[in-house]
Structures are given as C-alpha cells and as structure tokens.
Write a protein that binds this ligand. Structure first.
Ligand SMILES: Nc1ncnc2c1ncn2[C@@H]1O[C@H](COP(=O)(O)OP(=O)(O)OP(=O)(O)O)[C@@H](O)[C@H]1O
Ligand SMILES: [Mg+2]
Length: 270
C-alpha cells in the first residue's frame, strides 16, 4: 500500500516533542497545513523552526508526538515521506562550479527523471534563469542562487516542499523574487511550509501563520485572524510614511537592476 492519502491535510503535527539533552526545544507542537496552501512557521532564533522541519523531513526523530506528511507518518513511513517532499535548507545546496543548468541536470539525473535536459530548461524558464543558464552558479546573485536552489528542490514534482528561511541573507529585491517564486509554487498546487523570522515575509506569503515560542505554537491563524488578536488600530491622521523597503525598491526599481551606483554615502566616517 503506497498510495498517498489524498484526504486530510498535507501536514498534520500533533503533540510533537524534542529535547537536546536538557534543552526542551519542542514541548507539544500542534498544527495542520492544508493542501496547496502556504504555511509560515514564525519564530525567533533558536525557537525550534529548523528542528520541526528536520523532523517532518525524517532527518531527525521526535521524542514524542506524531507528524504525518502527505498521509504518511514520519516515524513509520519515512521512505514514503521522503518521496513526497523536498527540503531547501537555510544554506543553499547549489554547486558554484557548475552552471545553473548543470546543477539542475545533475539533480534530475540523481532523481532518475526522464529527459533531464528538458526538465532543466523548463525550470530555468519558470524561475527566470534562462539567460544565466550556462554561467557558473558562483557568479549568480544571492537571489538567483536561492531561486536555483528552490528550482532544484522541485525536480520530481514533490507535493510538499519545506523552505527553511528561504530569504535569509537576501536584499529586498532578492526577497521579492523568492516570494514571487513561492507564490507561483502554491498556485500550482504545491503545499509550502516555510520558516521565517520576518513578520513581513509571513505577511506577504502565507495563507496561515503559526508562531512558535518556547516550544509551543502560541498563535495560529490567517493574517486577519492574528491581527484581531491585537487591540484595534487607532486612527491616525498622518500621512503614511513609506517603509525603508518601499523606498529602496522605488529607487532601485524592481526590474533586475543589480548594481546600485549611487555611492555618495560611501565615505567612511569612522
Ligand atoms: N544537534 C543539536 N544539539 C544540541 N542542540 C541543538 C541541536 N540542534 C539545535 N539545537 C538547539 O535547539 C534550539 C532550536 O534550534 P533550531 O535550529 O531548531 O532553531 P531555529 O528556530 O531554526 O533557529 P534559527 O532561527 O536560528 O534558525 C537552539 O537552542 C539550538 O541551539
Ligand atoms: Mg533554523
């Protein structure tokens, strides 16, 4: 019996516990992720986001509780879980010596896909990397690298993908490129579980947001639901100030301009 269970959520986590020695990182974590949705696990450094992802990806065993991914229990059906998922870690798995296309073809071969070249070309197009396809990945910008990394994780069309801090270390443009990519994934029916430390990232991307704090999920809901947890906003009669991000993007533009040459503030006033 290998058929996935198509009923029920893509991910169901119940009572998950994990300690490293004395350190109790997860102390009863519960959440569901609906199929085809984007779910953000939000939490500060060390709150246990990566630990949770590693348990769901069968890389780590939980001490207690259950986790079911694509209908398969991670403890009893790890092979089926692995066939159902891909994991993009906090640190990109791209090989810098190879070109973007070579990276994709290599992984496609490892996954025994038919026509790895055609699959690679399709992904390069989807991720706006066709122009850079034959360049060494070491020459890519951070955003391009991350997009290539996500593209690699999609080879084989896993129904569930885990993105552990997909935009860590990227500039605002790079983050927006990755956000766009993630939205497109969910638009194609892929379930996305991502972790982030950034409220704005969860706000931009997620259908539901769960906040992991001191080993438990302390809030879980849509953005509107989470906002209702706060006292109602006061009406303020001031013009809205643009955020730094909006200012940056207005100046730099959002059309792949890579080199900001305005260097008037470059002097070192140390
Ligand atoms: N293999 C390990 N052995 C001991 N402690 C660990 C191990 N892995 C993680 N920890 C500890 O468990 C806690 C949770 O770590 P985890 O990596 O899950 O957090 P995180 O939410 O992903 O943090 P970050 O935002 O920094 O990525 C941290 O205090 C970390 O130091
Ligand atoms: Mg982490």
């Amino acid at each position: 019996m290998t058929a996935e269970s198509t009923a029920g959520p893509a991910i169901r986590v119940q009572g998950l516990e994990k300690a490293y020695g004395e350190l109790e990182v997860l102390r009863g974590v519960d959440f569901d992720v609906a199929r085809g949705s984007i779910f953000a696990l939000l939490g500060s450094n060390g709150s246990g986001k990566t630990t949770t992802i590693r348990i769901l990806a069968t890389l780590l065993k939980a001490d207690a509780g259950t986790a079911v991914v694509n209908g398969f229990d991670v403890a009893t059906r790890p092979a089926n879980v692995r066939e159902s998922i891909s994991l993009t870690g906090q640190f990109a798995a791209v090989d810098g010596v190879l070109s973007g296309r070579e990276n994709l073809v290599l992984v496609a071969r490892l996954r025994h896909l038919k026509a790895p070249g055609a699959v690679a070309d399709d992904l390069l197009r989807r991720f706006s990397l066709a122009d850079a396809a034959t360049r060494r990945a070491s020459t890519y910008s951070g955003g391009m690298r991350r997009r290539l990394d996500i593209a690699m994780s999609l080879l084989g069309d896993p129904p569930v993908i885990f993105l552990d801090e997909p935009t860590a270390g990227l500039d605002p443009e790079g983050r927006m490129e990755v956000w766009q990519t993630v939205k497109e994934l969910a638009g194609h029916g892929t379930t996305v579980l991502l972790t982030t430390q950034h409220l704005d990232e969860a706000e931009q991307l997620a259908d539901r947001i769960a906040i992991l704090h001191q080993g438990r999920i302390i809030a879980n809901g849509t953005l509107a639901e989470l906002k209702r947890l706060l006292p109602p906003a006061k009406a303020e009669y001031v013009e809205k100030q643009p955020t730094l991000e909006e200012v940056f993007l207005a100046i730099v533009g959002n059309d792949h301009i890579r080199h900001v040459t305005g260097t008037s503030n470059q002097g070192n006033h140390g």
